[in-house]
Write a new protein. Structure first.
Length: 157
């Protein structure tokens, strides 16, 4: 019996009992410090990504800060936040392929240091193309693509 795979849009809307607030364990504290962290729901990450206007950018770390503030925690989980940004990007491309509007502008979400995300739809070359259409300059540094002076375009949410 084969099960139908969930679409990216279904994955985005699957709350999985999230958001969930947890205490930072002793093992985690070496990387994350002490206190509490939130594991956000996928749709929460998407909602923040949707608020980034044309010509502006946001980083995963800024999304994490917004989520931590929203939930009153010390941090937001870096692993799930990154995964859910990836899910949001693929769900947006799935919507676009279906001819639907209101697409999350996922290409405006960067990794730390202004680095493009190679796991986004179409890889870094497609993200580079979309960012350049909005006036950003993207250069290759080693194996990574980086937005030049990305700090000047960061959105304040």
């Amino acid at each position: 019996m084969s099960r139908k795979r969930k679409s990216w849009q279904e994955k985005l809307l699957n709350k999985k009992d999230l958001p969930k607030i947890e205490r930072i364990t002793e093992k985690m504290s070496q990387k994350w410090g002490s206190g509490t962290f939130v594991i956000p729901a996928p749709i929460e990450v998407d909602e923040i990504m949707k608020r980034v206007p044309e010509g502006k950018l946001i980083t995963i770390n800024e999304i994490r800060r917004i989520l931590a503030r929203k939930h009153g925690t010390d941090i937001a989980c870096p692993i799930t936040t990154g995964i859910f940004a990836w899910v949001a990007a693929h769900a947006a491309e799935e919507r676009a392929a279906e001819g639907k509007g209101d697409i999350t502008p996922w290409w405006r979400t960067l990794k730390t240091g202004g680095i493009l995300n190679e796991k986004y739809p179409g890889g870094p070359y497609y993200q580079k193309e979309l960012l350049e259409q909005e006036g950003h300059t993207v250069v290759k540094k080693g194996k990574k693509f980086v937005v030049v002076d990305y700090e000047k375009s960061l959105v304040k949410l």
